[in-house]
Design a protein around this ligand. Structure first.
Ligand code: ADP
Ligand code: MG
Length: 789
């Protein structure tokens, strides 16, 4: 029995003054359905006939009884209708009565293919037609419902179109009802039939008129379009709201009561959730607002719970599926490498590195997330781990989200290794260093835009174990890439990849150690959901001497002022970035716009300065060249599309000018800002926005005031919601229909319950967990089909 919902209903009833309107259809009907769950002595013969005082007494006694119930001594559940076979749910909707192939095609456009899809095809919202009035009581402008008798209905020309006009009455009066453009209704509405009408009433020549209300005949059966909370479903061409409602209702009525519940009874009770069948029914046609909320809660819980179970399983498969090769770090070598750096590691970097090296030495494969603010120095930690791996005779792979970033990592890591050793040989994509180890160590680059021949050469070197460290994009996880002895895989800027790519990379080695890195400081509970399969290391400290980056938001008219400022900084020997506005349509259009902006700036604004251009459509070699020239000071201003968002590192750059700043999210703006302030010099971030929305203004002014990436990420989450902040598509997690990642409380509960269950039955092998097991498998399967590798 659902104690929480009944309690909410009773409390609502009390709040509204015992008018018997807390559930649609009245309490009697609600209680009747559940009569077997209560002791007979508790139930009134009829709530409706009680007076106000008596109702108050009874509600009070029920609430008291419920207090006792929450101790958990519920009566056994009534016999349920025979459950349907689980597989039935996967049959196409054409097996349902009344759904033709033609109709099914239309439903498919809404993502509905199977019976299960239809049961889980939830309304966007509900409209409340539960306020039942008499004709005399109707008020203009409100959503309300009457039950009336048809006097006459006839076709009429209204506004020049064939329409229907009817006169209806009840014991308090009569009124006109019109339906524009629906002449066929005239024949359907029989004189003397009883009709339920729901909608808004307007005044016409001083008379109340229903204009195009929802309608349906009053029969003994449940209402579908009127008189209650009515679902509004997403629609597509050729599917009317009435058709969708009718089909969903028929399906839910027949199937929901016989749905087996995959959630173990114990979990359901502890989390105080509705049964699945009730949740599905109430999500579509709720009997009351509290029940609607309870239904949402149950269904949202399911999604989060299944995600957590999936992640826990992944982690276990990963850790117990096979033994990793223990990589015993050569501490002398690591120390020698660290002392060759021009700086000392921060405490936080040291701690993270130690955690990683300790994991590497184990037979249990590492599965770790390294989270660190922009500029906190994750790359060097990664480099040290890769070096330790190479020293033990294993290969290391380092995957970055963009080619530019992969190339930059390649040249950075080459540079810091060259500091400790000696670069022996240089080819465009393969570099060899000696004197670090007794043998030479080889670093290779692998990205999609390399020539076929070069790629093949690198592939071969990788499989033959000639390469120690490979740095690349997701070119690394392509099928044709085989590693000889891959020991450690690192994924940079994890927020750009999903669970899917993580898995693909894992498959490259027998059981390898995995480290993923992210600069997105997400709140802990969210991190646990998105990365529930990982351990966490945090670099919560920036290298010393980092300054506050002065951030200013300028009006478009002040652009000249910004340009003057850039000129002055460049006069002092510094460099600057100019980020062109984000254009979501396509990378090609974005690149074109950037070229135009580059030409305009070169010709009209900075004809005497050296400008460079960087966008996603350049060839790899051109990008590398543009980056190199900027890094080496041959270029004063780098005009770039948002591709520079992640990871680019040029210490002499002191100004970041972001055009169209309102189009970016806070976390992304913060990433851009992190591109400057990497050297000794005071650095600046200038935001220019054409006509920001209210929320855009809030974002920009927040960025002016705050430097703390963590705080900004939380704000971003609040302002834009998790969908924008962290598309589930991007995260690689299954789609969420009901759950909101901002619902921290439910998230934590789902995680807690998942861990508890997982401890008892990690493989979900018990008989009572079979449905749950297939549900987890199905959700993760579906979740994967939508994600590109
Ligand atoms: P992120 O964590 O954003 O990837 P990077 O690894 O790109 O940061 O490091 C940012 C900059 O900080 C680089 O120029 C790097 O050389 C420098 N750096 C890293 N660690 C330290 C340190 N301990 N002291 C000083 N500078 C450091
Ligand atoms: Mg980085």
């Amino acid at each position: 029995m659902d104690v929480a919902t009944l309690r909410k209903i009773l409390e609502l009833e009390r709040k509204r003054g015992y008018r018997d309107d807390a559930v649609f259809g009245g309490l009697d009907r609600y209680l009747q359905r559940r009569a077997s769950e209560f002791p007979d002595s508790l139930l009134p013969a009829s709530y409706a006939v009680l007076d106000r005082g008596q109702r108050g007494e009874w509600v009070k006694s029920m609430l008291l009884w419920l207090d006792g119930m929450e101790g958990g001594t519920a009566k056994p559940q009534p016999e349920k209708k025979e459950a349907i076979k689980y597989e039935k749910l996967d049959e196409p909707i054409t097996t349902l009565k009344g759904i033709s192939a033609n109709l099914a095609t239309k439903f498919r456009r809404l993502g509905v293919r199977t019976v299960r899809d239809l049961l889980y095809f939830f309304p966007r919202r509900h409209i409340d037609y539960s306020k039942r009035k008499t004709i005399a009581e109707l008020e203009v402008g409100e959503e309300q419902t009457v039950v009336a008798t048809v006097w006459e209905a006839k076709e009429a020309i209204l506004g020049g179109r064939r329409s229907t006009e009817a006169i209806v009455d009840d014991e308090t009066g009569n009124m006109r009802v019109v339906w524009f453009n629906q002449p066929y209704l005239a024949k359907k509405l029989r004189t003397n039939s009883q009709l339920v009408l729901s909608g808004k009433v307007s005044l016409f020549k001083g008379m109340k008129v229903f204009q195009s209300p929802e309608y349906e005949p009053l029969t003994g059966e449940d209402l579908t379009h009127t008189g209650r909370l009515i679902p509004l479903y997403p629609l597509t061409e050729g599917l009317s709201p009435r058709v969708v409602r009718r089909l969903v209702k028929e399906t839910v009525d027949v199937w929901a009561p016989r749905l087996p519940d995959f959630l173990p009874e114990g979990v359901r009770r502890l989390a105080q959730l509705l049964e699945l069948s009730q949740a599905i029914e109430q999500a579509h046609y709720p009997e009351s607002e509290p029940l609607k909320d309870s239904a949402r809660k149950r269904l949202a819980f399911d999604e989060l719970f299944l995600i957590q179970l999936g992640l826990l399983q992944r982690r276990r498969d990963w850790q117990e599926g096979g033994k990793a090769n223990p990589i015993e770090p050569d501490h002398k070598l690591v120390e020698a490498f660290l002392s060759s750096l021009p700086y000392a590691l921060t405490e936080a970097q040291r701690r993270a590195l130690e955690e990683i090296l300790a994991d590497l030495a184990k037979v249990r494969p590492m599965s770790r997330l390294l989270q660190g603010e922009v500029g906190s120095g994750k790359t060097v930690v990664a480099a040290a781990a890769l070096l330790a791996t190479a020293a033990s005779g294993y290969q290391g792979a380092f995957m970055a989200p963009t080619e530019i970033l992969a190339e930059q990592h390649f040249s950075n890591i080459s540079r810091i290794l060259a500091g400790a050793g000696r670069q022996k040989d240089e080819e465009p994509n393969i570099r060899i260093f000696s004197s670090l180890l007794p043998r030479p160590i080889t670093v290779a680059l692998l990205i999609g835009s390399m020539k076929m021949g070069e790629k093949k050469r690198v592939h071969r070197a990788i499989v033959e174990g000639e390469v120690d460290i490979v740095i690349g994009t997701h070119a690394l996880i392509q099928q044709e890439v085989e590693f000889g002895r891959l020991g450690l895989a690192i994924v940079d800027e994890q927020h750009r990849f999903g669970v899917m790519q993580r898995s693909a990379l894992r498959q490259k080695g027998e059981s390898l150690h995995l480290l993923v890195m992210t600069a997105t400081p997400i709140p802990r509970s969210l991190a646990l959901t998105l990365y529930g399969d990982l351990d966490l290391s945090v670099i919560d400290e920036l290298p010393p001497g980092r300054q506050q980056i002065k951030t200013k938001w300028l009006e478009p008219e002040e652009r000249e002022k910004a340009y003057r400022f850039l000129r002055k900084e460049i006069g002092d020997g510094r460099q600057a970035f100019i980020i062109c506005p984000l254009i979501e349509e396509s990378e090609a259009i974005e690149a074109k716009a950037a070229v135009r902006e580059y030409e305009r700036l070169s010709r009209d604004v900075f004809p005497d300065l050296r400008l460079g251009l960087l966008h996603g459509r350049l060839k790899a070699a051109e990008k590398e060249e543009a980056m190199r020239r900027f890094r080496e000071g041959e270029v004063d201003i780098l005009v770039a599309t948002p591709v520079v968002e992640v990871g680019i590192d040029v210490p002499n750059a002191t100004v970041m000018l972001i055009d169209g700043a309102d189009r970016f999210g806070l976390a992304q703006l913060h990433q851009f800002r992190g591109r400057v302030g990497r050297g000794e010099q005071q650095s600046y971030c200038i935001l220019v926005a054409e006509s920001p929305s209210e929320e855009g203004r809030e974002r920009l002014s927040l960025l002016e005031r705050t430097q703390d990436g963590f705080g900004l990420a939380e704000e971003d989450l609040r302002l834009r919601g998790p969908g924008e902040f962290f598309g589930t598509r991007q995260s690689g997690l299954p789609d969420l229909k009901m759950a909101k990642l901002s619902d921290i409380e439910l998230l934590e509960m789902a995680r807690r319950e998942a861990i508890r269950l997982f401890k008892q039955d990690p493989a979900l092998s018990r008989a009572e967990h079979q449905l749950l097991k297939s549900e987890v498998a199905r959700l993760w399967q579906d979740g994967f089909t939508g994600v590109e590798a």
